[in-house]
Design a protein. Structure first.
Ligand SMILES: CC(C)(COP(=O)(O)OP(=O)(O)OC[C@H]1O[C@@H](n2cnc3c(N)ncnc32)[C@H](O)[C@@H]1OP(=O)(O)O)[C@@H](O)C(=O)NCCC(=O)NCCS
Length: 193
């Protein structure tokens, strides 16, 4: 957990830079997804080798997500609670590597970001992560930008997140502002009072 950062409506880039915008049909695996949209966008197209796709209506498998969290060194959370969190999220955006094998398309989860919301004014982005093997090539940025774009599309104007101290710069580049007008994120931890 870190500084609270926010983004007000109108600050999102209309064009996501390197991010592609080609629609395609998506497939899904067993798991849970946030309600709502079904945006599917090709982020990286490597032709026959496969492609990386962002989707906001795709189901995320809890155990595949657990493996991804392990890879970035996040502590384990009870799978049942993670499933509940995914199911109750307003938006679950995922990055999936699609490769073709024997005529079938195989999908591997390589990134995720989700958002909770009051469905009217506010959304908070959580659990932003990219598989370390795929970091450093713009995928994290694409993931956050698509998440913001989808929230704006759903008319949510106040978008916030909690940035770990080592990733403040990552969000700052995308227009997120730490402590705007002196606003501070405040946390209440059980057992302290
Ligand atoms: C943070 C994370 C999602 C970034 O993903 P990524 O795919 O490597 O990021 P990108 O390649 O899209 O980087 C976009 C830009 O942010 C910069 N950036 C990436 N990680 C950064 C970091 N930790 N600190 C500062 N800048 C960073 C990149 O240099 C790049 O800058 P450029 O556009 O000037 O080249 C990824 O490192 C990750 O999953 N980390 C572990 C989980 C985590 O900490 N999540 C955030 C919790 S709040």
């Amino acid at each position: 957990m870190g500084a609270a950062v926010g983004k007000k409506q109108g600050e999102a880039q209309e064009d996501g830079g390197e991010v592609g915008s080609r629609s395609s049909s998506g497939s899904s695996s067993s798991g849970v997804s946030g309600g709502g949209g079904d945006e599917v966008v090709v982020v990286v197209d490597a032709g026959a080798k496969g492609r990386i796709v962002y989707g906001s209506g795709r189901e995320v498998d809890v155990y595949e997500l657990e493996r991804l969290c392990d890879k970035v060194g996040w502590p384990r959370r009870p799978p049942q609670k993670v499933a509940t969190a995914l199911r109750n999220s307003f938006l679950v955006g995922s990055l999936v590597l699609q490769t073709e094998r024997g005529g079938a398309v195989e999908e591997t989860l390589i990134g995720m970001a989700r958002a909770t919301s009051d469905h009217a004014f506010n959304a908070t982005i959580w659990d932003v992560l990219v598989d370390p093997s795929y970091q450093g090539q713009g995928l994290g940025k694409a993931l956050v930008e698509h998440t913001v774009r989808e929230l704006l599309r759903r008319d949510i104007g106040n978008i916030t997140l909690f940035a770990d101290s080592q990733v403040i710069q990552f969000y700052d580049q995308m227009g997120f502002e730490a402590d705007p007008d002196g606003i501070k994120g405040m946390f209440w931890y059980p057992g302290r009072y």
